[in-house]
Write a protein that binds this ligand. Structure first.
Ligand SMILES: Nc1ncnc2c1ncn2[C@@H]1O[C@H](COP(=O)(O)OP(=O)(O)OP(=O)(O)O)[C@@H](O)[C@H]1O
Length: 224
């Protein structure tokens, strides 16, 4: 279970998250919907330990991780695919996939097992595994970022606006990959942000709406 309890975050002295409460159950498929600037990326970055929290708690499987560094969250099995992909352009796709697992010093057999799983779930990654990440299209890069998150995300993956900027055919392939993921790894939770809920309807069971740094009451949250 991932849980944000009354989490507040300031950036450059301004409140960006105001008392956010949000829970993702084990294996849950949860969407966080909000307009540009509403606080979606900040919520994921706070969960990942990539920025300081002013108030509240971040709890992962009962452990309070609020002040813990990002690598500890990754070690707890949380993978993160940022909106801007953040791949290392001079590394191959395979090297990019292996990197978070190497940072966590996973044993080689475990790394090989996870790589095999990722390449089974996202078979198109096999085709560009030897290529430099710098040469990928935006859509291919998003698929690699999903694979990289899955290399360490044994409990949960956090996907920041993965459909943003994808051509319809690629968006369809990405959605199919998420559906395969749901079927093959039912225990891995997914928290996915988007500005519009339309693409996520088939993929999630629960939707939170964020507006100006606050989670709306479901009754007030008109998601269309
Ligand atoms: N480094 C920063 N310095 C100043 N303000 C920031 C910074 N990062 C984010 N913000 C502000 O925090 C608010 C929330 O940003 P956030 O990136 O979380 O929104 P978002 O919902 O993910 O939107 P988007 O879809 O545009 O990424 C915005 O008003 C943004 O301007």
């Amino acid at each position: 279970m991932l849980r944000l309890e009354n989490v507040s975050v300031d950036i450059a002295g301004a409140p960006v998250l105001r008392g956010v409460n949000l829970a993702v159950p084990p294996g849950g498929r949860v969407a966080l919907i909000g307009r540009n600037g509403a606080g979606k990326t900040t919520t994921l970055r706070a969960l990942m330990g990539l920025l300081p929290v002013r108030g509240g708690n971040i709890v992962v499987d009962g452990q309070n991780c609020t002040g813990a560094p990002a690598y500890r969250r990754a070690a707890l099995g949380i993978g993160y695919a940022p909106e801007e992909r953040r791949l290392f352009g001079s590394f191959t796709v395979l090297e990019n996939l292996r990197l978070p697992a190497e940072v966590l010093r996973l044993p080689q057999p475990e790394m090989a097992r996870r790589l095999d799983l990722v390449l089974t779930l996202l078979p198109e990654l096999r085709d560009f595994a030897p290529r430099k990440a710098a040469g990928l299209s935006g859509g291919q890069g998003k698929m690699v970022a999903l694979g990289r998150a899955l290399m360490v995300g044994t409990r949960a993956v956090l996907l920041d606006e993965p459909f943003q900027g994808l051509a319809p055919a690629l968006a369809q392939r990405y959605a199919e990959a998420l559906a395969r993921l749901r079927d093959a790894l039912p225990d891995v939770a997914i928290l996915i942000t988007e500005s519009s809920p339309a693409l996520l309807r088939q993929l999630v069971e629960q939707t939170f709406v964020i507006e100006r740094g606050e989670i709306l009451d479901p009754a007030d949250a008109l998601t269309d």
